[in-house]
Design a protein around this ligand. Sequence first.
Ligand code: GLY
Ligand code: MN
Ligand code: MN
Length: 438
Amino acid sequence: MIEQVEFYNRRQAVLAQMVDNSVAIIEAGQEQTRSNDTEYPFRQNSDFWYLTGFNEPDAYLVLIKKADIAEAWVFCRAKDKLAEIWNGRRMGPELAQAELAVDKTFAVAEFNQHILPVLDGCHAVYWPHGQNKLEKTVLALVQDIRSKGKLGCPPYQFNDLSRIVHEMRLFKSATEIEIMQQAADISANAHKRAMSFSQAGKYEYQLEAEIQHEFAMNGARFVAYNSIVAGGDNANILHYTENSDRLKDGDLVLIDAGCELQGYAADITRTFPVNGKFSPAQKAVYQIVLDAQLESMKLLLPGNTLKQATDRAVEVITQGLIDLGILHGSLEDNIQAQEGQAPAYRQFFMHGLGHWLGLDVHDVGQYKVDQQDRQLQKGMALTVEPGIYISIDADVPDKYKGIGIRIEDNIVITESGHKVLTTLAPKSIEDIEAWMQG
Ligand code: GLY
Ligand code: MN
Ligand code: MN
């Protein structure tokens, strides 16, 4: 669990990077309507969570850096007996001050009243840009100060807080890695459970239910993203989440599912035979994807780039597809773009090798620095997820049609290499078959 002191230290680190005489404003997430008067389960805004560990909607965190003060204030929903009887408990400003270890707390209804005097006279105001509602709120506050004419002193630098907070979020602390390891273990066991349960005639959503069961029974109530359970050709739809078809004997099923634990995501994909036994054609394609993953992973080390590993995966996949007679011509011809067209291999591997992983499944953090691919460094967490997708309409030998395979693991870069977090989920052909038949 992330302790209060870690949230406190993160806020201090943000304050240290803010310019003198400035204020930062971060808004909590909002309840989202599902239909009429029912809501989706509440999910906190990741930046707000990262800096507070406070899981209520309708709140603001304000960081203030002036000559003699560096303070954190929280605005949250006031206690309200009737509202709490109907809709659930609220921490309330009084308790929040100690619970969140901040300097001051107020009712959110008093936000304007307290924030205006703080903003007035500041040089800079920070907020995570691109969050439309907050942007409007901040600019309206600044306009209020401007409208005071000679009596107001409005801020004149508008800075993106994301540059500071997202760079911090990219590097995971030991505690964050521990939680991500737990999320990975729970998710890997869920994949094993789905493998055991798999049978022709079952519905895709029934495998999804097994996965959700394993998550919840192990402390993770929510998925980090909607699970993909894709039998046969459905695996060739990259973000297939209908999960409504029956599984067929002889098909593969691709499951991309990960739980969310204390806000942190796991993101695992395994592809396995519905009946527990790979056909020779399925084996051949599967082994290429696995080789591509293992080969590219060797390059995911401090000092190297994700691009280097991606290029290696592309080489292995492309050569493999040439060897199977799915692609034709030289390795180079299939990897290079030809006359403004996408490279040939992209018909079958059309997404990237991986992405940052953390509080968001596609986590924040720049992939390039000054337009150069950034070097991997200790503490960065990412996925490694090559795939080969051959739709039933593809112009390839019949035995390969309708095969879609992705293998996705989660890693953290260490001092001298990386640690794989998702080793509990069987991955080699032998291990998957042994687990499913065992
Ligand atoms: N599950 C989304 C992804 O793999 O990127
Ligand atoms: Mn995934
Ligand atoms: Mn992923």
